[in-house]
Design a protein around this ligand. Structure first.
Ligand code: PMP
Length: 365
């Protein structure tokens, strides 16, 4: 049997572990920040029709530049944020992970560096390292917040080619003030990426970093249809930026990277956006309820503007994670070592989570 160590793998990858949350078939899956609400019958029908229509053209390559989809995404962002955007400023790819990869390929690479504020989304460092981009860990405050002064000081010290700011942040749920993002833009020597994968869950009245695009050609705001749009299975991520940034990404993207099927599915989902985003309010309410409940149980809980909640602190979080799993509830052991993260599900799933956690915690005492 050949093993990985027998292969002429890149030296710098030899110590790496493959990334990924366990995909387990259990009754209550609250581990990857998915939207628990699947598509309605009407949407399923529309998706089927859109795919059937596309099927007849699959001998041809897709629209390489996904222009119609990008126009639809721009229209959504305009409606959601009030910021004037069109297809020339919006780019799409297979999940925002691919968007991040394209950004790092274009603006990072050998001899260059990228920085993020930990704890944050693990794929920022992972994609950077795989692209031979030196990763610089900067840190958040004790309460997982990120003040402008702290962020500016880290950027001035390390002068990274790419700064990742995640708002709301995963796995902590913490939102960033626009003032902090603006302060980083003032001093960053390279690109500033604001990852807004959970942007639609932010509290009413909280502005999106999209508002800073005008006048900041080195700002990129990334979004995804995987979370609020309940479309994780379709793999559609996107970004808004200056058109010159899109010219840079065209240099690194694979030709025809976004399949005709993906484009058709995403456009159909966007035409059902009121239905899909209709659950956001409910998920926010459920999130705030679980935060209150966890605090009532005497646990530490990070403030969350997203569709998940980070809570702790546990001497042996892996043991607690396992006890939850034994009760059919899959959560995530991620982020700071003594904390766990739960994605917000349906009221029934959250009731199962609360019951399992109470029992599991009793078992520990
Ligand atoms: N950014 C953040 C902060 C995330 O949490 C995730 C998914 N967990 C992604 C990006 C990537 O999501 P996707 O590739 O599904 O768009």
């Amino acid at each position: 049997m050949t093993s990985l160590s027998d292969l002429p793998l890149r030296e710098d990858l030899r110590a790496e572990k493959a990334y990924g949350a366990p995909q387990l078939d259990v009754p209550v899956q609250l581990n990857t920040n998915e939207n628990p609400y699947g598509p309605s019958e009407a949407l399923v029908k529309a998706l089927g029709e859109a795919v059937a229509e596309t099927a007849g053209t699959l001998n041809r390559y897709p629209d390489r530049d996904a222009l119609a989809l990008r126009a639809d995404l721009a229209a959504f962002l305009r409606a959601e944020s009030g910021v004037a955007l069109d297809a020339s400023r919006v780019w799409a790819a297979n999940g925002s992970n691919e968007i991040i990869q394209q950004i790092v390929q274009a603006f990072g690479g050998p001899g260059r560096s990228a920085m993020g504020f930990e704890p944050s989304y693990a794929m920022h460092p992972t994609i950077s390292k795989v692209s031979n981009t030196r990763w610089i860990d900067a840190y958040r405050a004790e309460d997982f917040g990120l003040e402008a002064e702290r962020a500016v000081a880290a950027v001035q010290e390390h002068r990274p080619d790419i700064v990742f700011l995640t708002s709301p942040n995963n796995p902590t749920g913490t939102s960033l003030d626009l003032a902090a993002i603006e302060a980083v833009l003032e001093v960053a020597p390279g690109m500033v990426v604001v990852d807004e994968a959970y942007g639609e869950f932010r509290r009413a009245g909280t502005p999106s970093a999209l508002e800073l695009l005008e006048g900041h050609p080195r700002l990129i705001v990334t979004r995804t249809m995987s979370k609020a749009f309940a479309l994780a299975g379709a793999r559609l991520g996107y970004l808004a930026a200056d058109p010159a940034v899109l010219d840079a990404l065209l240099l690194v993207r694979l030709p025809y990277h976004l399949s005709s099927v993906t484009q058709a599915v995403a456009r159909t989902a966007l035409s059902f956006r009121d239905e899909l985003l209709g659950y956001v309010e409910q998920l926010r309410t459920e999130r705030d309820a679980v935060v209150d409940w966890l605090r009532g149980e005497g646990l530490e809980v990070a403030d969350s503007d997203a569709n998940f909640v980070l809570f702790g602190e546990f001497a042996d979080r892996d043991a607690l994670w396992q006890r939850m799993l034994d009760r059919g509830v899959l959560i995530r052991a991620v982020g700071p070592p003594r904390w766990l993260r739960v994605s917000v599900g349906t009221p029934e799933e959250m009731a199962a989570f609360r019951a399992a956690l109470q029992e599991s915690l009793k078992e520990t005492q």
